[in-house]
Design a protein around this ligand. Structure first.
Ligand code: 5GP
Length: 114
């Protein structure tokens, strides 16, 4: 079922998370297994399974998620740069089937990402 995943439970406050920001569109919280000194997940309240499921109706939501990433990067002092990542489905490394954007910062990142 689309809503039966760990991020939906965090959105619904059924399980705890270290919340960094929330509003009517999305919830942002610190990753439980941080891959960088700053690792925040920006998660829409709307149940969208993956990046490939986005459609025209989600245009404002996607823009909003990016602007929240910019705000959090400022709030969390990532002034020298950061990385924003969306993993999509199996080959993209997605493990939680609810769309989310990773905001990573506080260290150097390399390319290609592997
Ligand atoms: P994905 O691999 O789907 O792009 O990213 C899922 C992320 O969710 C991973 O970085 C993982 O550490 C994080 N995660 C999984 N379960 C939990 C949880 O219960 N709480 C928090 N805060 N993060 C989680």
């Amino acid at each position: 079922m689309l809503k039966d995943n760990i991020f939906q439970k965090i959105i619904d406050k059924q399980i705890p998370a270290k919340i960094a920001y929330e509003d009517e569109w999305c919830v942002a919280f610190h990753d439980i297994n941080a891959q960088a000194p700053v690792h925040v997940l920006i998660v829409p309240r709307k149940a969208i399974a993956t990046h490939a499921d986005l459609t025209d109706v989600d245009r404002d939501l996607v823009g909003h998620m990016h602007l929240i990433a910019v705000k959090l990067a400022k709030d969390l002092h990532l002034d020298d740069g950061y990385r924003v990542v969306v993993n999509c489905l199996d080959r993209g490394g997605q493990t939680v089937p609810h769309l989310h954007m990773h905001l990573l910062g506080g260290r150097d990142f390399h390319w290609p990402p592997g």
